[in-house]
Design a protein around this ligand. Structure first.
Ligand code: PHE
Length: 463
């Protein structure tokens, strides 16, 4: 971290791509499509897009501007805004700690699918039940998770963030092209059920994109809103200190407004395309019932798409999952890096010791999460009404509970204690205009706090 601080990003592009490297990960490719499918497609997309342009922009701006102006890590940044708000920095630290425990489990699933396609078992993976029987096995998911975690910890241990950034500049465009190609192919799919019903990719695309308001209740709308909001936090890597840290590396003359829009467009674009690649396909092969399958969606539907591609199946499967693994790796490195950097400061130890310790602790915690699908299996109805396992509980605690809470507190601190002008000054310090300044002030003082309170009450089951 220290070296990076001295050198910083070379310019706007470097910053945008690095922030996008952290932002684009399994959140876009795995989480967004399954939430969109669960919540019926079009309506979720609409709500999400509105949120990105209002909330996403507000939260991202706040984090990055705090980082650049204070030049401090999240643990200390909040205290320097106001001594009484020191606790917010500590609370923020909890989020990456929780996310780390399950991110590497999903990273492991991705590695498993690379292995599956490499060994030519792509067709087996396209069968129903394959994914479930894999994640509920006692040993294999743990082994793959450990492999993913070991690579992450090794990168953080060697402190080669610069290398990772360079590398993500290669991976990101490649990933984009593949996702685009596969989504176009998804449109051409068609399937006839045993009873003669025919479903096509184009119909699936309509389900994905066209909002369906029929039978919409307030409760269901709030659930969609909460899901979209939790996805926004997770996907943009906001409300967890990461973007504050990245903000400290940005050069003072970079136009932040511009850079922030680019990060939003990149992140949302990848998520929308990932949905276009997965949702029409799942609709074609399993109808609308298939759409509620939750976290397994990507792993269940994509092998079917690859199988439909015939002889290209193996190659495409391998290349695709390798790219997803790399995108996941750049994100997991940013999560662990945050934990390690904060702990190094707190306990005054070296990077090497801390990466080993955090790597080991994460390995223990992630093993428990894997066991959530076998020994520790339980089904719990979360306060927002979805039924989940241990992994979903962790995801819920960080994304639907802690992040709205942290954002609410941040909005109060920035909107009412230090005042939005403090952020606006930073946004304009490079000599550029802060175009969405009015909206920012309104969002951070009024709109965001009100909606966050409602969401918070809903996520805790009070509403
Ligand atoms: N934003 C990343 C993704 O979409 C995940 C992430 C979460 C990264 C938290 C950093 C911190 O996958």
């Amino acid at each position: 971290m220290e070296n990076k601080k001295k050198s910083g990003f070379s310019g706007s592009i470097g910053f945008v791509l690095s922030a996008a490297g952290s932002a684009v990960g399994v959140g876009n490719i795995w989480r967004f499509p399954y939430l969109a499918a669960q919540d019926g497609g079009g309506l979720f997309i609409l709500v999400y897009l509105i949120l990105v342009l209002t909330f996403g922009f507000t939260l991202l701006t706040t984090d990055i501007a705090i980082g650049r102006r204070t030049q401090k890590n999240p643990m200390k940044a909040f205290a320097s805004l106001h001594p009484k708000w020191d606790f917010l920095g500590k609370l923020t630290f909890l989020v990456p700690a929780i996310i780390m425990t399950y991110y590497s489990v999903i990273g492991g699933w991705i590695l498993k699918y690379i292995a599956v396609f490499l060994t030519g078992q792509g067709v087996a993976a396209a069968q129903n039940g394959y994914f479930d029987s894999f994640i509920s096995a006692p040993v294999a998911p743990v082994v793959f998770m450990l492999a993913f975690l070991a690579v992450t910890a090794f990168i953080v241990y060697s402190g080669v963030e610069k290398g990772v950034e360079r590398f993500s500049k290669l991976v990101m465009p490649g990933l984009l092209v593949m996702i685009l190609g596969i989504s176009i192919f998804s449109l051409t799919l068609r399937h006839t059920d045993a009873d003669g019903t025919v479903r096509t990719g184009l119909q699936g695309m309509a389900v994905y994109l066209i909002p369906d308001f029929s039978g919409l209740t307030l409760g269901r709308f709030l659930k969609i809103l909460l899901d979209a909001m939790s996805q926004l936090f997770f996907s943009l890597s906001v409300a967890m200190g990461i973007m504050i840290t990245y903000g400290t590396y940005v050069d003072k003359n970079v136009n932040l407004s511009h850079a922030i829009s680019q990060i939003e467009i990149f992140d949302t674009g990848v998520a929308l395309l990932a949905g276009a690649m997965i949702i029409p396909a799942i609709y074609v092969f399993s109808g609308t019932e298939g759409m509620t399958s939750g976290p397994g969606l990507m792993f269940v539907s994509l092998p079917k798409v690859f199988q439909a591609m015939g002889s290209l199946c193996t190659v495409l499967g391998v290349v695709f999952f390798v790219m997803v693994a790399l995108a996941a790796l750049t994100s997991s490195v940013s999560i662990m890096e945050t934990l390690v950097a904060s702990c190094m400061e707190m306990f005054h130890t070296t990077r090497k010791k801390m990466s080993l310790l955090i790597g080991l602790l994460s390995a223990g915690a992630s093993t428990l999460i894997c066991m959530g699908y076998n020994v520790l299996y339980f089904k719990v109805t979360l306060p927002n009404g979805t039924v989940g396992q241990l992994l979903d509980v962790m995801d819920y605690v960080s994304n639907s509970f802690l992040m709205p809470l942290i954002s609410l507190l941040t909005c109060i601190l920035v909107g009412w204690v230090i005042k939005p002008r403090w952020i606006a000054e930073e946004m304009e310090s490079s000599g550029h205009i802060f175009r969405r300044k009015r909206m920012y002030g309104f969002m951070i003082r009024y709109a965001a706090p009100v909606i966050l309170v409602i969401l918070f009450l809903q996520s805790t089951g009070i509403l």
